[in-house]
Design a protein around this ligand. Structure first.
Ligand SMILES: Nc1ncnc2c1ncn2[C@@H]1O[C@H](COP(=O)(O)OP(=O)(O)O)[C@@H](O)[C@H]1O
Ligand SMILES: [Mg+2]
Length: 1165
């Protein structure tokens, strides 16, 4: 890409009109045309941008263009709206100057498009980020919403804004957008009920009917067919290039982005539908007995549907279209409306409804895009307001619009000239004031509070009696007759009496941009903007939320007999505020020009452009700019650009830039009247002079280019040569090294061969010698081995012979001994057998004898026994016979009872002897002697046990009793509920484990505690942050519990027992317990305590038992669960117990898992 450094590079025509030569209107238009033909639509007049509407899309708004213009100086690149936006944004951001961008031009000249380009440029170059992007998106998306409701197709522009818009974009100190505020000016509401030929109503009506779903239309009681609605003109209902249905989707989407709720959108659409319905209500006359006609609604269907949509009582609205209540002081009168008045009322209602909806929309958007911070904001205002309008038939609207343009021109004159003048003064340049037409006099004609046209109109509107547009004109004719910019046929000024271009019902004003003829018809009505109170009250009564808000004056509680301010008055006030606002900001101008009336690309109608150039005062602008000096530039860039024209300044100038420029201009022999030295800038009077400088620069640049080329070529050749030379040295060095290396390797390998031969020969010789020596040694040893072998064999043979002899002797001896031994053995065996036979025979004989004796004894015993039995029987018989006479009939029973008694006696006496011990835990009990005593035996066992227990208890002291009570309570609380319990059963409950009374360390603590200490022990207080424990002394008295420092004994916390709500423990084998504090109690501020102690069972039992002795007998609740909540100051933390092997050792470990969870892992049993 070619890099430009000045707008003067590759210029088509002149980029800045100030440089135009000669300065004439023709040259001006010619320059515009030339640039327009080359698609250069932007041209500067100094810092003002002229924009020609190209009526075609040009590739000059791309992201690359944005980057190109970003952070570049205004005159650095060819003219562009981005250059202005960049300049303005940077001076806002870097110099903290609030900016306003004033976009003017007639309808269709491209103002709205320009404002969008400015906004999108600023959005692209300012900061980024999620929040910032949201703000940007909302600011940009407010456009489609406002365009749908405020724009319409006109003959001049298919998307003409029918309202004035001023938007303040607010930035923070970094230049990031924070939000914005939109102000709207005078919506052309007459368009709602009537559109000129070839024009349309506001876009939203067509968009809604084309784009809404069938379902939505059904809900809104609408029909897709445009022709069903009186308010929609038919001749241009569809416009080429406008996709109403697509736009409807865009608008809905934009509304969502801007922040409209779904029900708000629905309400808005209902209002739009209601306006369409309203247009269809028609009236017919009905004669009354007093001779007057009264209007009646013709077909009530539309009225009904509209009332249903807005939740209005149909009869109330119907009545408001037939009667009108007039209130004066205390009196109320009802008059009938004729058909014309009813139509007037209907249209007034439709216009008011729509324009108020529009204002509400603007406010609603403002609410969404409002900056959220209250910090200091930098502001960039963008004004896109209707341009000067001259139609064939000009009415109140044109009058108001043109008045607004007069005011803008005032600002233009004021600020442009003031700035120009101030610059000269600032730079110390001699300056004589320039004459220009000041339109303040026209502004005065319109807005003067005493006799201005607007004041006259208001006076006329407020005057009692018959007021018509004609009486207003009469008034103007008398009051303004002398004014040199006011013309009227009937005025006192006889000059116009015969002017036939001036009809009788018109007046003419000579605006700064030309003469405009205004027809007075409708002025009074439009200024009054009257809506019958009955209608506004009917609207206020509606059940529709939005309608109610739009008609606050309908509230009967706030009846205001004062007339509302007139349209003219309101407009004047809002324009006044706008002007004040603009004056506080640094202005930037974009003046839009329309090249033709056909909305076509490539057509440049000279006369049309000439007209606009005239009334926009562009020539004056150039003249003012040139009257002083046509061109100015700071010394540094000027010197930088032209320094090559002088030997002293080229290539570097060491001194100050101003001095350099002076040297340069002197060297170039520029005549002194052609320029002036300012404090920081050089001012060039004549564009020709600048061009000659440019020309010289161009030539110089060519020469310089040749010089640079020459030096570059020389440098290139020399570098190449040096490189070749250097390479050659390197190549030679490498070659030499290679050759030497090769030679050396040859010599080395020959030496090695030679060496190896010699070494081989020497080695072989040595080997031979060594082999010979070795053979000799081997022979000697073989011979001696043979000799030694022979000797050894001899000796062996001799020894063997000797051994064989010895062996034979010992064998013979052994055989003889064996024979002897066997003989002896045989003898001994025989002897033994004889002895054994004798003893067996003896034993058999003894046995036979014994058996015979036994048989005899048995016989004898049997005999004796039978004798005794017979004797006993005989005795029994004798006794029974003797005693039979003494027996009575019940003797059997008595004997039985006696026997039983005897048995019982024997049983009890026996039991007494076999009683178990007195220990209550002794489980032994004697066996039952008789089956029938089974139950008695068990009962006795029970009674005995109870008695034994009573005896055992009676030995207890009071203290011991209390201890056992606690143990019992502990059992009730924890048995089978907490795994720690069994281990506590064997431990006595000692109470004081730290010897609080004796330990001198705790003397102070002891004295601090008033009541008797019931329990004192060391506990750990668990820290919620890390789950670690800190040692504390835990003291429990009848009334309170205390936690004190272990080392110093200083009390850290004391809690009255009534403040405790409950205590939580786990089911596991751990000592963790949480003391929960009652909500709202005095101790609650500290939060709950999470403690841990080995003696948990004792502590909690004691706490629990104290409750039983307290006044209200309320025992502390004990929750046993593996998960409970603990309130630490502000937050609740869940303590959760899990079984598992803790990482460090086998103790209980408490660990903080997250903000809300402490996990205690207890080793599994
Ligand atoms: N810079 C531009 N590039 C392309 N088309 C443009 C440009 N400016 C304006 N237009 C065309 O001209 C039409 C009218 O422009 P607009 O900004 O609505 O005019 P104004 O707001 O001055 O009445 C636009 O709809 C668009 O088609
Ligand atoms: Mg516009």
């Amino acid at each position: 890409m070619e890099v430009k450094t000045s707008l003067l590079d590759n210029m088509i025509g002149v980029g800045d009109m100030v440089l135009i030569e000669p300065l004439s209107e023709d040259a001006f238009i010619e320059n515009l045309k030339k640039r327009f033909d080359h698609n250069e639509i932007y041209t500067y007049i100094g810092s003002v941008v002229i924009s020609m509407n190209p009526y075609k899309s040009l590739p000059i708004y791309t992201a690359e263009k944005v980057e190109e213009y970003r952070n570049r100086n205004f005159y650095e690149l060819s003219p562009h709206i981005y250059a202005l936006a960049d300049e303005s944004y940077r001076s806002l951001r870097d110099q903290d100057k609030d900016q306003c961008i004033l976009i003017t031009g007639e309808s269709g000249a491209g103002k709205t498009e320009a404002s969008k380009f400015v906004m999108s440029y600023v959005a692209a170059v300012c900061g980024k980020g999620q929040e910032v992007n949201k703000v940007k998106e909302q600011l940009l998306q407010s456009n489609p919403v406002l365009e749908a409701f405020g724009n319409a197709k006109t003959v001049r522009n298919d998307n003409s804004s029918r309202f004035g818009k001023y938007m303040d974009i607010e930035f923070d100190f970094k230049g990031d957008p924070l939000g914005g505020v939109i102000s709207n000016y005078l919506l052309e509401k007459s368009r709602v009920v009537k559109q000129p030929r070839g024009e349309r109503n506001f876009h939203i009506f067509y968009q809604l009917l084309s784009g809404a779903s069938d379902d939505t239309l059904k809900k809104l009681k609408l029909d897709r067919d445009f022709s069903k609605y009186n308010y929609l003109s038919l001749d241009s209902a569809t416009v080429n290039g406008l996709d109403d249905a697509g736009s409807f989707r865009t608008v809905r989407n934009a509304m969502q982005i801007v922040g409209f709720m779904e029900d708000e959108v629905q309400s808005i659409l209902e209002l739009v539908a209601a306006v369409l319905k309203l247009g269809n209500i028609e009236f017919k006359p009905e004669s009354r007995c007093n001779g007057y006609d009264e209007s009646r609604v013709k077909d009530k269907n539309d009225l009904k549907e509209m009332c249903e949509l807005l939740g209005i009582d149909q009869s109330v609205l119907e009545r408001a279209f037939s009667y009108r209540t007039v209130e004066a002081k205390m009196e109320k009168m009802s008059t009938t409306l004729n058909v014309a008045q009813a139509y007037y009322a209907r249209d007034a209602l439709a216009k008011n409804l729509y324009s108020r909806l529009f204002s509400w929309l603007v406010n609603r958007i403002n609410e969404s895009i409002k900056a959220q911070t209250k910090t200091h904001k930098k502001v960039m205002g963008v004004l896109d307001i209707y341009g000067f309008e001259i139609f064939e038939d000009n009415s109140f609207e044109q009058f108001i619009i043109n008045y607004c343009n007069e005011k803008l021109q005032q600002i233009f004159i004021e600020l442009t000239l003031r700035e120009e003048q101030e610059e000269y003064v600032r730079e110390g340049i001699e300056w004589t004031n320039i004459e220009y037409f000041n339109n303040a006099i026209i502004c005065d004609l319109i807005e003067n509070n005493k006799n201005g046209i607007l004041a006259m109109l208001d006076e006329e509107c407020l005057r009692p009696g018959t007021v018509t547009d004609e009486t207003f004109l009469d008034k103007l004719n008398t009051v303004c007759a002398e004014h040199q910019h006011f013309e009227s046929r009937q005025s006192k000024n006889s000059k116009f009496l015969t002017d036939h271009s001036l009809p009788h019902n018109c007046f003419r004003i000579q605006h700064y941009a030309g003469k405009v003829l205004y027809r007075v018809e409708g002025f009074v009505d439009k200024n009054n903007d009257l809506l019958y109170r009955d209608l506004s009250q009917a609207m206020y009564k509606a059940k529709h939320g939005l309608i109610k808000v739009l008609f606050p004056e309908g509230n009967p509680a706030k009846v205001n007999l004062k007339r509302p301010p007139t349209a003219g008055f309101q407009f004047k006030a809002s324009v006044g505020t706008l002007m004040k606002n603009l004056l506080t900001k640094n202005p930037n101008y974009i003046r839009c020009i329309k090249p033709n009336d056909k909305k076509a690309a490539h057509i440049f109608t000279d006369s049309l452009v000439c007209h606009q150039v005239r009334y926009l005062g562009l020539m004056e602008n150039v003249r003012v700019r040139r009257a002083g000096y046509a061109f100015r530039q700071a010394y540094e860039p000027c010197l930088e650009r032209y320094k090559m024209l002088c030997k002293q300044t080229w290539p570097h100038w060491k001194g100050p830039a101003r001095k350099g420029v002076e040297v340069l201009l002197t060297d170039l022999q520029v005549p002194a009247e052609e320029f002036a030295y300012g404090r920081s800038k050089i001012f060039i009077r004549n564009p020709r002079m600048l061009f000659s400088l440019e020309e010289k620069r161009r030539q110089c640049l060519e020469n310089l280019a040749t010089l640079i080329q020459k030096i570059y070529r020389g440098w290139k050749c020399r570098t190449h040569f040096l490189l070749m030379k250097k390479s050659q040295v390197v190549v030679a060095a490498w070659y030499r090294r290679f050759a030497q290396q090769k030679k050396y390797q040859n010599i080395r390998s020959s030496a090695l061969v030679f060496q190896s031969f010699i070494r081989g020969w020497k080695a072989r010789k040595l080997l031979r010698e060594l082999k010979h020596k070795k053979r000799c040694e081997k022979a000697v040893s073989t011979i001696s081995a043979y000799w030694h072998g022979t000797q050894a064999r001899w000796e062996l043979r001799r020894l063997k012979e000797e051994a064989q002899n010895k062996h034979a002797v010992s064998v013979i001896w052994a055989a003889w001994l064996g024979t002897k031994a066997r003989k002896e053995l045989r003898r001994l065996k025989h002897e033994a057998r004889s002895k054994q036979a004798v003893s067996v025979i003896w034993a058999c004989w003894q046995g036979t004898k014994a058996r015979r004796e036994l048989k005899r004894l048995k016989e004898e015993a049997r005999r004796k026994h039978s004798v005794a039995v017979i004797w006993a029987y005989w005795l029994g018989l004798k006794v029974r016979r003797e005693y039979r006479k003494f027996f009575r009939a019940d003797a059997g029973k008595k004997i039985y009872a006696f026997t039983i008694q005897r048995i019982m006696q024997k049983y009890f006496l026996g039991l007494k002897k076999t009683m178990p011990s007195m220990s209550p835990v002794d489980k032994s009990w004697p066996a039952r002697p008789y089956g029938f005593l089974d139950r008695t035996h068990q009962e006795l066992r029970r009674i005995f046990h109870l008695w034994r227990c009573k005896k055992y208890r009676s030995q207890f002291t009071e203290e011991k009793k209390a201890t056992y009570k606690e143990k019992l309570a502990a059992s009730e609380l924890f048995k089978d509920k907490k795994a720690l319990y069994p281990s506590s059963v064997g431990q006595p409950f000692k109470g004081d484990y730290v010897e609080i009374t004796k330990n001198p360390k705790y003397q102070k603590l002891n004295s601090f505690v008033e009541d008797k200490v019931l329990l004192a022990d060391m506990v750990s207080k668990i820290n919620r942050a890390n789950g670690k424990g800190a040692p504390r002394v835990f003291l429990l008295t009848k009334k309170s519990l205390f936690l004190a420092d272990l080392k110093t004994g200083q009390v850290k916390a004391s809690v009255p027992l009534p403040d405790l709500s409950s205590v939580s423990v786990s089911t596991q084998n751990d000592g963790f317990f949480a003391l929960k504090i009652k909500e709202g109690s005095t101790s609650a501020a500290k939060g709950d305590f999470l403690l841990s102690s080995d003696r948990l069972i004792e502590i909690i039992t004691k706490l629990h038992c104290i409750g039983a002795t307290s006044a209200d007998k309320k025992q502390l609740k004990v929750d046993i669960s593996d998960e409970f909540l603990v309130q630490f100051k502000q937050d609740k933390v869940c303590v959760k117990f899990i079984q598992g092997t803790p990482k460090n050792g086998n103790g209980v470990a408490c660990k903080r898992k997250n903000n809300r969870l402490l996990e205690v892992s207890v080793p599994s049993p």
